[in-house]
Ligand binder design. Sequence first.
Ligand code: NAD
Length: 258
Amino acid sequence: MTQQNTKKIALVTGGGSGIGRSICLRLAKRDIHIMVVDLNLDAANLVKDEILRDNGSADAYAVDVANHQQVHELFNTITKHYPIDILVNNAGIAHIGNIENTAEADLDRLYNINVKGVYNCIHAAIENMKSRKSGVIINLASVASSVGIAHRFAYSMTKGAVLTMTYSVAKDYINDGIRCNCIAPGRVHTPFVDNFLAQSYPDNQAEMFEKLSKSQPIGRMGKPEEIAGLVDYLCSDDAAFITGSNFPIDGGFVTLNN
Ligand code: NAD
């Protein structure tokens, strides 16, 4: 661990790619020490190196958020020396299919990463935050959390759970100085979207990218940096009055798409 004692610490899961990477880079610019946590250590290390090149400070760790023991071991190691001031539960995966195309194993996999992964991290961080009467938790949900998305049965279901988990945690710890909020992005252009297009439309990926972009009410997909900007705000003292809230950031997807 390389951080200096005076810096705040943010732990970002799924920090090696897409939205998580942008969140790490953005918070690092605020002089926050970043713990980049990802299943993919190479990806986490690349983000760490980017931060260090920009004179920030960061560490990288390989952890599967679905693994209760691994998460607890990492958080215990960190909190022996440092507080976790900010926890961003960003790691998540998708699955395409309605209920008939969702095998039990698919459902278990999505539940374990998208729901249990968030539970594991909050469960491992909460004691440290409570003992200091301070902490910020931000969970990455989705537009699917509130309205569901066609052919994304397991994804919608698990992201709905992330939203209600946010409300529950916010209520339980409001008197412990802990704020817990949720962000609900619409389509954001990351490897998550590229993988979906490559998988679903291997022969006309570029055309489908255009179509998907144009189908958003605002006429384009979001940028990871735009999500990172909202996370940055919610972590800051300017957001001290905000807890138990859900923030759609979706180019109008939920409210204007009818
Ligand atoms: P991404 O696929 O680009 O990145 C996800 C990262 O999470 C990867 O680095 C991956 O290695 C890591 N990861 C996956 N499983 C993990 C595990 N078990 N343990 C630790 N790390 C793991 O995805 P993204 O588009 O940046 O999405 C980030 C979050 O935002 C996800 O929770 C996703 O559901 C949510 N989201 C994305 C979009 C979108 O359009 N991109 C829209 C709404 C919500």
